[in-house]
Design a protein around this ligand. Sequence first.
Ligand code: CP
Length: 317
Amino acid sequence: MTPPGTMGCLTSSNRRHLITIGDLGKEEIRAILALAEEFSAPGRRTDRGRPFSVGLLFFAPSLRTRVGFAEATFRLGGSVIDVSESRFGPGMSHAESYADTIRTFSGMVDAVVTRTPFALDRQAVERNCMAPLINGGDGNANHPTQSLVDMFAIEHLRGPIRGLSLGICGDLRSRCSRSLLALLEMFPPRDLTLISPVERSLRAGTLGPILAARTSTRPYADPRGLDVLYLVGLPEGEGHERLGADQRAPFVLTPERLRDLPTDSIILSPLPVIDEITDEARLDPRVRFFQQSDLGVWVRMAVLELLRGSMKTGWTG
Ligand code: CP
């Protein structure tokens, strides 16, 4: 693995931030996945033996990302500072801006993991964040560590991605879909099938040239021939974006539709499940999304390791 601090995407103050998956090079992504695989080996010592802190600054709900980074920090021997209530809030008489909050918080911890209901502003992050920042999901924009978890789970549970036929079904405009598609442009599967209602389909020009050349679409949750089916929940939405039950029904995975999925295929999801799979279909052994979630801790440990060279303390492993 290239020594931390010498790779691309350094800020002017030599801090790295992971805001989009494009902040990582292909070699770094491969290094993260390899390190996650090492960490996951039984009996592997992971405690780095030097103190460091990770601050969790979550302004939108999260279970997997928040707990996953907390547990990853503990397994590496670090401490977590989890801010569940901050002075940043529009309901306050003197609301503190996100920029001021991140500046203050990042001056006290060695790394920040944040989730926001809005898209992060890269320039503001670079100006205000004194520690490496990991984007734990910002609005509908990006969720880079989720896509790393997805790719790790695909390869760990099913095999090298380049030989696989991959389908993504559901909300293709979600941050999880966007980040996964950006990652797949770097590590393309053999072919890609996109399945979504038109209201949640990709906007023209979203796919890069490598993926566009190997992508087709299907009108309902038809899993024929897929090695991996990645389900992304379809929120009902509101106002003119609302999707009724009739519009969402074709994209629900049922036992009948599952009959067409090859026996050695797997079904993944970033979770949480909304209603994109029926209770009966969830009992199918090819449904592996909780294993995918479990594997996420190893990936988050590897991400923290990658960024350790940008931390303020002498935590150099
Ligand atoms: N997949 C994911 O980001 O889950 P959480 O919202 O629970 O973090």
